[in-house]
Design a protein around this ligand. Structure first.
Ligand code: AMP
Ligand code: MG
Length: 427
C-alpha cells in the first residue's frame, strides 16, 4: 500500500491554508495521513483492559446456554393462567446450578431461584413477592399478575453461538472483558501497544527538584502528555527536556524516531528566534507547520520523520500548557487511536445551556474550559472556569469539560446551547 504524502493530501483540500487552517481540515488531514500499525499480540483477559481488539470475536457458545429464571419465585406453565386466581402445587425446587429434574404438570409449580434452568414445560416465572400466598406445599396467584413467558431469560438471548460478539477495532472496557469471560474466552488478540516518545523543548525548562533560575519554569507539559498517553494505553518513552540547540534536538528526534511509533513534543513550533525545532523536524522528514484557526493552541507541527530506516509520526504541540492539552485531545488523540487500530473516536458531544454570555469570533474554533452541572430542572448547564489564558493550567484542572465553540459560531448569549465534551466518564 502506498502511503499518501501530506502535501498530496493537502492539495485535495480546496480550503488548505497552512497559515490559517481550520480545525476540521487539520483533523481530516491527520486522519487521512496516519496508518494503523498492524502487529498484534495475545494477552490474558486481565491484561486486556483498554486494549484494541485485533480480530473479530465469534461467540463459541449460546449465552445463556439454557432458558432460565430472571427472578426468585415460582416457575409454571403459562397456559395455567386464567381469569381466576390459581392455586399451584409446589413439586420441587430449582437452584442456580441445580436444576429441577422431573416433569411439571398442569397445576403444578417449582420454587425457582434467579439463574436456575427453567424446568421442563415451564415457560413463566412469578416473582415471590407478587404471589398471594405460598407455603412449602402450594402457591396461590391472583389473575393478571404475570403474563405467559414473563421473567424467563431465553437461551442465547445475550449471545447466539456463531454470531459476532465483538468487532475488531473495539477498545475493550470492563463490560467487554466480562462478556469475553461469559464466552469462556481467556486469551484475546489485541493490537500491540503503541510506543510513543515524549520530550519537552526549551532552555527555560527545569526538572522538578532542580533550582529554578531566574526566568525558568518547571516542565509541566511532559507530565500532562505522559498522563494523557497512559490513559490512551500507550507505552511512553520519556526523553526528558531537550535544549533549544540544533545538535540536541536532532539527536533527540532521531533517537525518538528510531525507538517509537510516534513522537509528541511540546514547545518550539512557533516562529520564535530560538526555536530550532521547526528546522530540525523539517530536515528529518515531511512535517507541516500549521497555524490553526483555533484558540488556544495556534501553532502545531504534524508529519512523519525518518532516521536510519525507521520512521515515526510526529506531533509538535505548542508550548503553552493548556494549548498542549487541547491540541493533544483534539488532534493527536484521534490519530493515536487510529494508529492503534481503533475504529472510531467514542467521545460524544453533549449539548448544555451556557450559564453566561461568551464572546466568540466566527472563523476559528475556540475551546474553553468549563464546568458542566445540572440545573434545578435536571438539564445540563455549563459555565466557563476562571481565566482562559492558554498558560493557565489551574482553570484546566478545575474544569470537568471543554466547551467547543465551532468555527462559524459567533457570540454566545446566556442560555444558548453550546457543545461540551467531558474529560471523564464511566469506563
Ligand atoms: P514555545 O512554544 O516554546 O515558545 O513556548 C510557549 C510558552 O509555553 C512559553 O511561555 C514556554 O515557557 C511555555 N512552555 C513551553 N514548554 C513548556 C513545558 N514543557 N512546561 C511548561 N511550560 C512550557
Ligand atoms: Mg520554547
Amino acid at each position: 500500500m502506498t502511503v499518501p504524502t501530506l502535501s498530496a493530501l493537502a492539495t485535495q483540500l480546496t480550503s488548505y491554508n497552512p497559515d490559517s487552517l481550520s480545525v476540521a481540515d487539520a483533523q481530516q488531514l491527520i486522519r487521512d495521513y496516519v496508518q494503523a500499525t498492524d502487529s498484534s499480540e495475545t494477552v490474558g483477559l486481565n491484561d486486556a483492559l483498554c486494549r484494541v481488539l485485533s480480530e473479530d470475536v465469534i461467540s463459541p457458545i449460546n449465552v445463556p446456554a439454557h432458558d432460565n429464571s430472571a427472578m426468585d419465585g415460582y416457575a409454571f406453565r403459562g397456559s395455567d393462567l386464567g381469569v381466576e386466581a390459581v392455586m399451584f402445587k409446589v413439586v420441587g425446587t430449582a437452584f442456580a446450578g441445580h436444576k429441577h429434574e422431573g416433569p411439571v404438570n398442569t397445576g403444578e409449580c417449582v420454587r425457582i431461584m434467579t439463574g436456575a434452568v427453567m424446568p421442563a414445560d415451564c415457560d413463566t416465572v412469578v416473582p415471590q413477592e407478587l404471589v398471594t400466598s405460598a407455603s412449602e406445599a402450594s402457591m396461590t396467584l391472583a389473575p393478571g399478575v404475570v403474563r405467559p413467558g414473563d421473567n424467563r431469560r431465553l437461551k442465547g438471548e445475550d449471545l447466539m453461538a456463531g454470531k459476532s460478539a465483538l468487532r475488531k477495532g473495539k477498545t475493550l472496557h470492563a463490560a467487554d472483558l466480562g462478556l469475553l469471560a461469559s464466552l469462556g474466552i481467556g486469551q484475546i488478540p489485541v493490537q500491540r501497544r503503541l510506543r510513543v516518545a515524549v520530550f519537552s523543548t526549551g532552555d527555560e525548562l527545569r526538572n522538578i527538584g532542580e533550582h529554578l533560575d531566574e526566568g525558568c519554569i518547571y516542565d509541566s507539559n511532559r507530565y500532562t502528555i505522559r498522563a494523557m498517553l497512559t490513559r490512551l494505553g500507550c507505552d511512553v518513552l520519556d526523553m526528558g527536556i531537550v535544549k533549544d540547540d540544533r545538535e540536541s534536538l536532532e539527536a533527540a528526534l532521531r533517537t525518538a524516531c528510531e525507538s517509537a511509533d510516534a513522537i509528541v513534543t511540546s514547545g518550539g513550533v512557533s516562529v520564535g528566534e530560538a526555536d530550532f525545532t521547526r528546522e530540525m523536524m523539517a530536515k528529518l522528514g515531511e512535517v507541516a507547520f500549521w497555524k490553526l484557526a483555533m484558540r488556544p493552541g495556534r501553532p502545531m507541527a504534524f508529519g512523519r520523520i525518518a532516521s536510519n530506516g525507521k520512521s515515526a509520526y510526529l506531533f509538535g504541540l505548542p508550548g503553552n500548557p493548556v494549548a498542549v492539552m487541547v491540541t493533544f485531545y483534539f488532534f493527536a488523540r484521534d490519530a493515536l487511536l487510529r494508529m492503534m487500530g481503533g475504529t472510531k473516536d467514542s467521545t460524544p458531544l453533549i449539548q448544555a445551556a451556557s450559564q453566561t454570555a461568551i464572546r466568540k469570533k466566527p472563523g476559528r474554533t475556540e475551546y474553553q474550559r468549563g464546568i458542566l452541572s445540572m440545573d434545578a430542572n435536571g438539564n445540563p448547564q455549563v459555565r466557563v472556569t476562571g481565566s482562559q489564558g492558554s498558560g493557565i493550567l489551574r482553570s484546566m484542572s478545575e474544569a470537568n469539560c471543554m466547551i467547543i465553540l465551532h468555527h462559524e459560531q459567533g457570540n454566545v448569549n446566556a442560555g444558548d446551547p453550546v457543545n461540551v465534551v467531558l474529560f471523564d466518564g464511566l469506563c
